[in-house]
Design a protein around this ligand. Structure first.
Ligand SMILES: *[C@@H]1O[C@H](CO)[C@@H](O)[C@H](O)[C@H]1NC(C)=O
Ligand SMILES: *[C@@H]1O[C@H](CO)[C@@H](O)[C@H](O)[C@H]1NC(C)=O
Ligand SMILES: *[C@@H]1O[C@H](CO)[C@@H](O)[C@H](O)[C@H]1NC(C)=O
Length: 507
């Protein structure tokens, strides 16, 4: 019986594995632990400094004239490594908490109990307007998870649209690997669609409530200004802007290029092509969207499906002048270090992602310079400047995370079901832009639908349940196989029709 039993164990593992992979939300923040390697080379230093472009700052507002976007500029703090957060006032009287901005999930959740890594939490007992809904809720992310209870309360955003709204709050009572050492936020603002809300899509996400109650346009836009800054520096967080209700022209240059939102759950987009330097990776475009391609501010790195990741690493190795990199650099377990005053960026190529344009027979290209994906890490060693690789491999789809988003002003135009990309006014170093946008290009050379055939998460639920059912059935049959022959030996005269059926099958 050994082979069937191990087969069953394998099937069960598969089921659990599938469940584990596909039920998670891709929050993945850098935890700040690195191994040091000393690849030393000689190149002139070019420090990245943040230059906020204040010239041409114009007063902008939405068509209804009720929201002043300029009041929201610089309302974020943080960096790509530990996330970007906004201050909110929760409950009555208002309790001030910092809330992580995450476009890859849909729950508004705040710490409601002490935790060693956070300085304060939302005390529901001290809010006269807090109402428990009496339902428990749990969310699992790529990194970490939490459990708590659902409630309702009033929230206002000091540097957001005017007004107080009543919203669903998940009060986090216990968590694992969710709050990280050194983070300065105590909650998470999931800005994606109701489909991802837990326990189910009837729990209105924060932004849906905001749009309904304050009657602002169903658009928000995000500028994250940590480009090229150290991912582990404790000094002066870089900051950014979350503009609710529209887009602020002072935060970008040139025009906004739009790509359709393919499905409204995550912000899922369609990637048509990847280039390393001038070299097209030339993979089947479905590989780039396997099993989805999403834009997620709650993920630190650019994450690529394994095949794509391997092709990118190979192409970078080929085109960079540095051949002697330990594999630990590419898999994120090691840093590459140069003597202080040197910098490696000129050795690395640009990375370009082609996105489907709103005219579906066209595409446009967003490009990041190596300053965005070869990221300085501070405080490792006094004599070395160390860098990490800002790209990693992924088992659950392509994620355009902070590494890429920091180059762009990203407009989440939910009203017109599209995402806009423009050159961010803060992705500039010494007057040189760290990102590029170009287009339109013909999309005639790729399939007309690069996301078709990719398995969607709800479908994976169904498949995993089906697999579980098959596992259970196999278990029952195995038990019958094990038990019934014994019973037959014990009571040799009393073989039922069922057991003889089994017996004949064994023969
Ligand atoms: C550093 O590398 C060593 C050996 O490769 C490993 O044992 C150790 O766990 C690593 N440390 C971290 C923080 O990754
Ligand atoms: C909120 O209202 C004040 C006073 O009317 C106004 O000055 C401010 O611009 C408004 N803020 C926003 C974000 O619209
Ligand atoms: C879409 O792009 C194609 C190919 O470039 C062009 O021929 C067509 O006119 C465009 N359609 C619209 C509506 O702009």
């Amino acid at each position: 019986m050994a082979p069937p039993v191990s087969l069953w164990a394998f099937a069960l593992n598969l089921c659990i594995g599938v469940a584990h992979c596909y039920f998670s939300i891709p929050l993945k923040l850098y935890t700040g632990k690195f191994n040091l390697s000393a690849d030393v080379d000689l190149t002139p230093l070019r420090r990245v400094a943040l230059t906020a472009d204040a010239s041409g700052l114009s007063l902008a507002s939405d068509p209804t004239g009720t929201v002043n976007f300029l009041d929201m500029v610089n309302n974020l703090q943080g960096d790509s490594g530990r996330g970007y957060y906004i201050e909110m006032s929760i409950g009555t009287p208002g309790q001030k908490l910092n809330i992580l901005v995450d476009t890859g999930s849909s729950n508004f959740a705040v710490a409601a109990a002490p935790h060693p890594f956070i300085t304060h939490y939302f005390n529901t007992a001290l809010s006269s307007t807090y109402q428990s809904v009496g339902r428990s809720v749990a969310v699992r992310y790529t990194q970490g998870n939490w459990e708590g209870e659902l409630g309702l309360d009033l929230v206002s955003i000091p540097k957001g649209p005017n007004g107080t709204i009543i919203i669903n709050i998940a009060a986090i009572l216990s968590s694992e690997g969710f709050f990280l050492p050194g983070v300065n936020w105590q909650g998470i603002l999931g800005l994606a669609y109701p489909m991802l809300a837990r326990p189910d899509s009837s729990v209105d996400p924060f932004f849906n409530s905001l749009v309904q109650q304050l009657r602002i346009p169903d658009i928000f836009s995000l500028q994250m200004c940590g480009a090229g800054l150290s991912a582990s520096s404790t000094a002066d967080p870089a900051g950014g802007s979350l503009i609710m209700g529209g887009a602020e022209p002072a935060l970008y240059q040139g025009s906004v290029w739009y790509t359709p939102i393919i499905e409204e759950w995550y912000y899922q987009v369609e990637v048509l092509k990847l280039e390393v330097g001038d070299q097209n990776l030339n993979l089947d475009c479905r590989e780039y969207n396997m099993d989805k391609a999403i834009v997620d501010s709650g993920t630190t790195l650019l994450r690529l499906p394994v095949n794509v990741f391997n092709a990118v690493v190979e192409a970078i190795t080929r085109s960079s002048l540095i051949q002697e990199f330990s594999s630990g650099f590419w898999d994120g377990t090691k840093l590459a270090c140069w003597l202080k005053g040197e910098t490696p960026w000129r050795f690395f190529p640009k990375l370009s992602i082609y996105l489907r344009a709103t005219n579906t027979s066209q595409s446009f290209r967003i490009t990041i310079l190596p300053q965005l994906y070869i990221q300085p890490i501070m405080d490792v060693d006094g004599t070395l400047d160390c860098f990490r690789f800002g790209v990693s491999s992924s088992a659950n789809g392509l994620v355009i995370g902070a590494t890429v988003m920091e180059g762009f002003y990203v407009v989440f135009d939910r009203a017109q079901r599209r995402l806009g990309f423009a050159l961010s006014s803060c992705a500039v170093s010494d007057g040189v832009a760290l990102s590029e946008i170009a287009g339109p290009f013909s999309a005639a050379d790729v399939a007309s639908d690069c996301s078709r055939g990719a398995l969607k998460e709800p479908l994976m639920w169904v498949i995993s349940y089906a697999l579980m059912a098959v596992c259970a059935l196999v278990l029952v049959i195995l038990l019958l196989l094990l038990i019934l022959p014994c019973r037959r030996r014990d009571h040799s005269g009393e073989i039922t029709d069922e057991s003889s059926l089994v017996r004949h099958r064994i023969k």
